[in-house]
Design a protein around this ligand. Sequence first.
Ligand code: FHN
Length: 442
Amino acid sequence: TTQKPIALQHGAHRIGRRTDADMEKWRAYGLGQFIHWGLYSIPAGEWNGKQYSGAAEWLKSWKEVSATAYDSLMYQFNPTKFNAESWAETAKQMGVKYVTITTKHHDGFCLWPSKYTNFTVANSPYKKDIIGPLVKAYDKRGIDVILYFSIMDWHNPDWRYDIKTREDSIAFDRFKQFTRNQLLELLTLYPTAKGLWFDGTWDKSWVKQAAFADSLEKEMRAMRPGLIIGSRFRADEYGKRHFDSNGNMMGDYEQGWERKIPEKIADVHGNDWDCVMTVPENQWGYSKVWKGHIKTTDELLEMLAKCVSLDGNFVLNFGPKPDGTLRTEELDLAKGIGEWMGINSEAIYNGEYAGLVKQDWGYYVKKTGTNKIYMLVFNVPVSGALNVVLPSRTAISKVYDLGNPGQNYAPEEIGTSAYFIHLKQQTFKRPFVIVLETADNS
Ligand code: FHN
């Protein structure tokens, strides 16, 4: 039974994917970088010699930490080794096509000199804007910038978790104006930024602002045509987030894939999406100790492959150190991913869900407008034979190794449009890509 949609004033603005050039470009990125940087990088998960068990960027919420002491970290923020060009160069070498940078995380500290609060870089010993040079350095290398912005703000006295009294409501009205001012300020100061990545939007106070958030979203979009905003920004008038009361996604892409990846194409409901991922366990800001399993280059590449094969982008988080440098582990991963991308990025950029039955060796990716299907191989069977089943009437015309174009394979037909690709017996050290060129056989 199909339920009749209910009339919504503040539901989804559109049903189905955006088809404009900005969104087409976003969809084709494949690989992105996330940067969580702020005051929390200074204590780095430790306070008075004690280790905080939560994520480093949540340290202020720990009962052991006083708000004043935390906010005074501003007077220690002095990343003398910060070099926007070198961050952007690392990202370029890694092969990322977009970066999402925390302009303001939940603690409320602004990495740009906002004129609506004193709690910014301008009043730190560093004094200078961080966001401007980053936007410039990434833009210069053709990497699109998305500005991360937390609505929840632990520094602003007008922030509320819920609105229960008239006083709350008056304070929160001021907070809404502050939020609007800051967002319009960001869009004005950084006109080349391609989108806004919202966070900290789950509390009741904000969830109740369907009308305000909807009109602010429209205002920002009118101000910046092409602007990309994900599904975390606003709730509908019934308090439904991400998907409105009729089940339609609000925003341009689904922002729910945090540290998790869909299993199958049906899980993404035809929507655009990206997955944001940490290297260790749930830690986004710089933390002295990296707990839990630390992902390896090949694991991250497999996540990237899986995302692209399911029509999503994969975004890897970096938590820079308080001096402005990137930690060695992250630099090594960026290098490893970059080396692989240097050979195989053709299978990532513009890659799409191929519509084929998944096989145990890895992930298929196709590219519209070409006759190529990419096999991103992570598990080679002992037999060395990779199973491929294509739609009927599709034949393979050529098979080769993307990293070694002279290396062609002769597929063995084992059934109608079913093949084995027999790999040469060898030890495989890294994941690799095999390209199938297809021909219509009807
Ligand atoms: O609470 C934050 C967290 O610190 C981090 O910024 C992540 C990144 O997606 N977002 C929030 C949790 O959803």
